[in-house]
Design a binder for this molecule. Structure first.
Ligand code: NDP
Length: 342
């Protein structure tokens, strides 16, 4: 990366959603997610659990802050997002904000990267990495519970690493589920909307829960031996998408253990209620990548990847987007000069 002046005179590079949309080779993004998960587990990344400020707006609206520094990357920083689940009904993204990046030498702010798009891609790409580690190789039937932004990105990311042929979509509104299925049929999948969640899940190879539900939408009793689950929604401990049977019937891997133990409602409650102990959790996906622990161990094991979102993912992705944008001349530079430098 070209050296930047440390006085801020180079300005702040602003990378919006459209800039990022031009940098989305999915195989490359999955590689970036893999690196972030690996560095989370070998502690190359220094990070903390997400900080959340609840807002008064309905449905779990909040301000979310995540920050990290990664030893082998030039830029560290923080992602600040507004999370407004009610935006989905307005046709707006529910996660919006930016990642402020600083260079290490003098702490100069160098860029703001769209946080909504980064979140959308890094989450689905991380699920793809986990699915590679945990699902059966011939997995071809994908069930999506939810039809929002994450559902879309999960189709793209998971079909890049498994031979997905059939897509089943369940959600509260059958018309929206069918509309989502329509889009997937146009993309070449054998896709259908499902009115009944249990039917959608039965016999699926991979199930993704990608909703803003606050109470369980997936019962572990519905899962067929061998299924892999990516649980993505419900990022604060007071809500959950999964019931107790999902937790007790599955081998569970997580993206970042400190987040899982504090923020995954179904895990926090299952430990509190004595249904499982911490030992029930197999470990982090990064530890599987690093070869420290195994992934799936038999064809009939039910595997569960609990995604909470890792700050290191945001910073790894933002560094990647920044480097590509600099090399391709993407984004807009705005003045952001310090006034008190020598
Ligand atoms: P969207 O707003 O784009 O979509 C939300 C989806 O949830 C829609 O399908 C909506 O459909 C559905 N939904 C809302 N309420 C309920 C309910 N009570 N029961 C069933 N479905 C419901 O959100 P995203 O796709 O961006 O995110 C999905 C979830 O993933 C959110 O919880 C989000 O916070 C979480 N997330 C997690 C990340 C992670 O790192 N683990 C990162 C990004 C997001 P409808 O309203 O029609 O029912």
């Amino acid at each position: 990366m070209t050296e930047l002046p440390k006085d801020g005179s180079a300005g702040l590079l602003v990378l919006g959603g459209r800039d990022i949309a031009g940098i989305t080779d999915v195989a490359e993004l999955i590689g970036v997610a893999r690196e972030a998960l690996r560095k989370t587990s070998d502690l190359t990344a220094v990070q903390d659990v997400r900080r959340v400020l609840d807002l008064e707006e309905p449905g779990g609206a909040c301000l979310s802050v995540m920050y990290a520094a990664i030893a082998d990357l030039p830029l560290f920083g923080a992602k600040v997002l507004s999370v407004l689940p009610q935006n989905f009904a307005r046709g707006l993204p529910s996660h919006r904000g930016g990642i402020l990046l600083f260079e290490r030498d003098c702490g100069t702010p160098v860029a703001i990267v769209d946080g909504g798009q980064t979140t959308a891609w890094r989450t689905a790409a991380a699920s793809a990495v986990a699915t590679q580690c945990l699902s059966r190789e011939n997995s071809s039937v994908l069930t999506l519970m939810g039809y929002g932004e994450q559902a879309e990105r999960h189709v793209v990311a998971l079909s890049a690493i498994r031979p997905i042929r059939e897509i089943r979509v369940w959600g509260r509104d059958p018309e929206k589920a069918e509309a989502f299925a329509d889009k997937q049929r146009a993309a070449g999948f054998d896709a259908k909307g499902c009115d009944d969640a249990q039917t959608a899940v039965a016999g699926a190879d991979i199930v993704c829960t990608v909703t803003s539900a606050r109470t369980p939408i997936l019962s572990g009793e519905w899962l067929t031996p061998g299924t892999h689950v990516n649980a993505v929604g419900a990022s604060v401990p007071s809500i959950r998408e999964l019931d107790d049977a999902c937790v007790t019937r599955s081998g569970i891997w997580v993206d970042y253990m400190p987040m899982a133990l504090t923020s995954a409602g179904e895990i926090v409650e299952a430990i509190r209620d004595g249904l499982i102990s911490k030992d029930h959790l197999k470990g982090e996906i990064g530890a599987v990548i690093n070869g420290a622990i195994p992934g799936r161990t038999s064809d009939d094991q039910i595997t569960l990847y609990r995604s909470l979102g890792v700050p290191a993912q945001d910073i790894e992705f933002a560094n990647f987007f920044y480097a590509v944008a600099r090399s391709k001349g993407l984004g807009a530079t705005v003045p952001f000069e310090d006034l008190n430098h020598a």
